[in-house]
Structures are given as C-alpha cells and as structure tokens.
Design a protein around this ligand. Structure first.
Ligand SMILES: [Zn+2]
Ligand SMILES: [Zn+2]
Length: 409
C-alpha cells in the first residue's frame, strides 16, 4: 500500500467509531515493535497533520464506546489480575494465554474487514491474548511459551472467568525392582476394572503394589497432582528382578500444582521399603515418552538354571562357548502365542557364560538383542527356539528365575 491508500483507508476507518486498539489493529501488519494502541493513536495524529494544509484539523478523538469491541481493552488489566490471582498458587515456568470472546465481536470484526477492504489486520483474539499475556508476564515474571507451556489460561472475556489447564510433568529416571512379587505397572482387577469387588478384596487391583505405584504415589503427594502413569522401556516379568543401573522410564504426573521436586527426598521415599530403587532422575518433555517406549535396547540377564541331572563343568563351558554369537530362530512362544501371530524371530546371543555352577544348577549370564525370548532359549520351548541350551547340553534345563541385570541404553 502506498501512503495515500493507507490514509484513505484510515479516513474511512475513523468514521467507524473505533477505539485506538481496534483502529490500529486494522493495520497490525504495518510497522514492527508497535502496539495496536500506538498504531491507532498515530493514525489519528497523522490524519490531523496531513489534512491541516488548508484548514486546521483537530486530532480525531477516541469515541466513548468502541463500536467493535465495546471497550474490551479497558478491562484487560482486570482480566490479567484475575489470571494472576488464579495461577499464583501454581508452580510453573512457562504459560500461554488463550481467550474466548463474545462471538458477536468477532463477527463484527470480519464485517468491518470486508467493508473497508482491510488486508493488514490481525484477529482481535490475538491482540487480547497477547495483551493479557504481557501483563501476566510482568506480574509473575514467567515466560510465554507458544509451543509447550506448563500451564494454559483460557480467559472468557464475557464472564471474566479463567480456566486453567495444567500440562503434565514428565520425569525421566531408571528403576531397579528388588521384588519377585510386584509388576511394573498397576494391574486393575479384571472383574471390576479397578472399582473394587470380592475377587480383589475391594482393592481394585491384582497385586498389592507395583513399581509404578511405589514411584508415583510419593510423587503425587509432592506435586499435588491428580494421577500418574509410568512409561517403561519395555518391562520384565513379575517374578524377575531388575538390577544393575535399572530400566529407563518416564513418569508422567497429571495436573501437578508443584513442578519442582526435591529428588533426594523423592529417592528416600521411594526406596524406604527396599522394593524399588531409582536413579538418574531429570525433568524431560513429553517427547521422551515416545523415545523411551520405542527404544530397542540390548539386555543382559542372569538366569538361575536347574539341570535335570548333573552337567560336567567342562561340557557346560564348551556348549556356552559354541552359543556365543549364535543367532536364534524363535517361533512365538507357547506362553504368548494366543496373543501374537506365529512368527519367527531372529535374535543374537552376544555373550554368554556361567557362574556358580554346582553340577545340577548354574547361574547363566547372557547379553542378547532386544526382544529375545530368554526363557525359551534356555528350555527350548519344545523345539520352537533353535538352537537352545537344553538341546545343546542334551539335558533338560529349567529356569528357576531370571533377572535383568542391565538395559543397554
Ligand atoms: Zn475497540
Ligand atoms: Zn475387583
């Protein structure tokens, strides 16, 4: 637009009875670092100066009642104070303001754009959000974040109400499981789906507790959140221990009032019964959930194996040596085949050795690729896993227990 065009549009707009905000907003895309309010005031002055060549023209005044917004911008400070009051009790570092306006205002605005052939405007909603955001920012010294705010404040400018959406908090860590009696996550009772019934003694769950609950419950107390979910990098069987540096996980806390956690205190709380240990704690974003859940990590195991009959030490050593580096063909095991399609998995045994060998039992240590069916490799699963330890030794092997000693991540 050339200066004449701008001025001619401004002259028409001045006849519409708009406040400085609404007048200036029609030209919102012209000039950087200005508020719409400043644009409006400037247009009035420009108009008066440029039309003063022949006769002295006074600066056109702002009307008492804006025909577009009904002086909504006079209330911005009050609305921002409401927001500040409502969020003050929350802990957050970033926020975003959104708004619901009277739909009639937005309609009037569109009609005005059409009538004046306006192309450089912005919607009133953006200005309202921005202006409230600035005041909240100044009042609380927190930052606006358009992508991933800790909290979202949705203001309804008709009723002066504020809805607050608190984003979940995500904490990464690694857990160790030192009990053969608890699952990784809470298992709802299948009869009552968690409500509580005779089958579950009114508890609503199948197991007394879980890794998820042991970590999540103290976190819920600390954060005053409304719920939690543990996202693990795979899972171990209930009767397997998770040792070594632990298994990576991300804990999601819903609607936390507090977002700053004393990790030392949390660790103490989680570890007080010696069932679960946690370490490597850090704050992460939601993306980490996907990363942890989709990671394919090699694992190391310790398997307590019982032999049906005595196995001589030299023989065990030789067999294990021959299995080092072997590629297994694993048909979907009998124990899971009702849930999964019958496929053949190829997985590699990267390393394998024995300790604590006493004729009829040994601790077998092995490192293998993600997704290896370890128990099946030991007992053979009726020939569904080839090669397997039972066949190679020529002695039936039974897994007494299996522990994960490392997740290589
Ligand atoms: Zn207005
Ligand atoms: Zn039940």
């Amino acid at each position: 637009m050339n200066p004449e065009q701008i001025l001619s549009k401004a002259e028409k707009a001045l006849g519409e009875g708009l406040c400085d905000h609404c007048l200036g907003r029609l030209f919102a895309q012209l000039g950087h670092g200005l508020t719409n309010d400043e644009r409006g005031k400037t247009l009035r002055i420009m108009y008066a100066m440029l039309y003063s060549e022949k006769e002295r023209t006074p600066v056109p005044e702002e009307p008492d009642d804006c025909s577009l917004c009904g002086n909504l911008f006079d209330d911005i400070k009050t609305i921002a104070d409401h927001v500040i009051q409502d969020v003050e009790k929350l802990e957050f570092e970033t926020f975003l303001v959104g708004s619901r306006l009277d739909p009639e205002i937005e309609e009037r605005e569109e009609q005005l754009w059409a009538k004046l052939d306006i192309k450089h405007s912005e919607p009133i909603k953006s200005e309202v959000n921005r202006e409230i955001g600035k005041l909240v920012d100044a009042g609380l010294a927190q930052e606006v974040d358009l992508e991933k705010p800790d909290i979202k404040c949705i203001v309804d400018t008709r009723f002066y109400t504020v809805d607050i959406e608190i984003s979940p908090l995500f904490i990464y860590g690694r857990y160790r499981k030192l009990s053969r009696e608890i699952p990784q996550t809470k298992w709802d009772c299948r009869y009552c789906q968690g409500v509580g019934c005779d089958h579950c003694d009114g508890k609503g769950k199948l197991y007394e507790t879980s890794v998820e609950e042991i970590i999540g419950e103290p976190l819920l107390v600390i954060t005053e959140g409304s719920g939690f979910t543990l996202h693990g990098m795979g899972r171990e069987d209930i009767d397997a221990l998770m040792l070594g540096d632990g298994r990576p996980f991300v804990m999601e806390i819903k609607e936390p009032v507090k977002r700053r956690i004393d990790f030392e205190r949390l660790i103490e709380e989680v570890e007080k019964d010696d069932i679960v240990g946690i370490s490597n704690l850090e704050y992460v974003t939601k993306d980490k959930v996907e990363e942890v859940k989709s990671a394919r990590s090699d694992k190391s195991y310790r398997v307590k194996v019982l032999f049906e009959g005595s196995v001589e030490g030299g023989k065990l050593k030789k067999v294990l040596q021959s299995l080092r580096g072997a590629e297994l063909s694993q048909k979907t095991p009998n124990r899971v085949s009702h849930r999964r399609a019958d496929l053949i998995r190829k997985r590699k045994i990267k390393d394998i050795w024995a300790e604590e060998h006493h004729g009829e039992s040994a601790d077998i240590y092995l490192e293998c690729e993600a997704g290896t069916y370890v128990k099946e490799f030991i007992h053979g699963d009726e020939g569904r896993t080839v090669p397997n330890l039972s066949d190679e030794l020529g002695v039936k092997c039974q897994v007494q227990h299996l522990d994960v000693i490392e997740v290589h991540y």
